[in-house]
Design a protein around this ligand. Structure first.
Ligand code: GAR
Length: 192
């Protein structure tokens, strides 16, 4: 069975959607571990309710990114993690994790990349008054919200939509798109 580590920093609605897809039989995988970099983030309680192994770390207690990524790499290796799924993880992945897990780390972003990378992509699109925005799932590379695009879906911003309306439309798409992209992933033979 494909083993996933979900990395998240916030609410965890995408984490929830992935777990639900597994529970409903729509996705043949296991969320083996949640990694969260923000003490008290709501996603932690969600993982605990599902009895999913949870690792919470504070980046600022480590001397470097390499140091905490070494620890996370060990956690992933020990559990035989096949893919790392970033779901609202607001931290760049460095070479320590990226090299062994190249093409095995996915991210979801609430815009049609390369438009509106970074924080508050929905707010950026709303403020620019674009008519079409959307959701992107891509493999992670060194950059912020860059890397080979796997799938995208568009969302129309209608006249009169509030930012909250756009957030709702984007989230509804994210919660379907991420599990459906994960379903297409294959377990790789090479060990990490
Ligand atoms: C999602 O909208 C995701 O696309 C975004 O964070 C949100 C997390 O929500 N990610 C990024 O902006 C990455 N640059 P969630 O905690 O409810 O899943």
């Amino acid at each position: 069975m494909m083993k996933l580590a979900v990395f998240a920093s916030g609410t965890g609605s995408n984490f929830d959607a992935i777990v639900h897809a597994i529970q409903n039989g729509e996705l043949d995988a296991e969320v083996t571990m949640l990694v969260c970099d923000r003490v008290g983030a709501p996603v932690i309680e969600k993982a605990q309710n599902y009895e999913i192994d949870t690792i919470v770390f504070s980046a600022n207690v480590y001397e470097s990114k390499a140091q905490y990524e070494e620890a996370l790499l060990k956690d992933c290796r020990e559990r035989g993690i096949d893919y790392i799924i970033l779901a609202g993880f607001m931290r760049l992945i460095g070479p320590t994790l990226l090299e062994p897990y190249r093409n095995r780390i996915l991210n979801i972003h609430p815009s049609l990349l390369p438009a509106f990378p970074g924080k508050d992509a929905i707010g950026q699109a709303f403020d620019q008054q674009v008519k079409i925005t959307g959701v992107t799932v891509h493999f992670v590379d060194e950059g912020m919200d860059t890397g080979p695009i796997i799938e995208q879906e568009a969302v129309r911003i209608e006249d009169g939509d509030t930012k909250d309306d756009v957030v709702r439309k984007i989230q509804a798409i994210e919660h379907k798109l991420y599990p459906s992209v994960i379903r297409t992933l294959k377990i790789k033979e090479e060990s990490i």
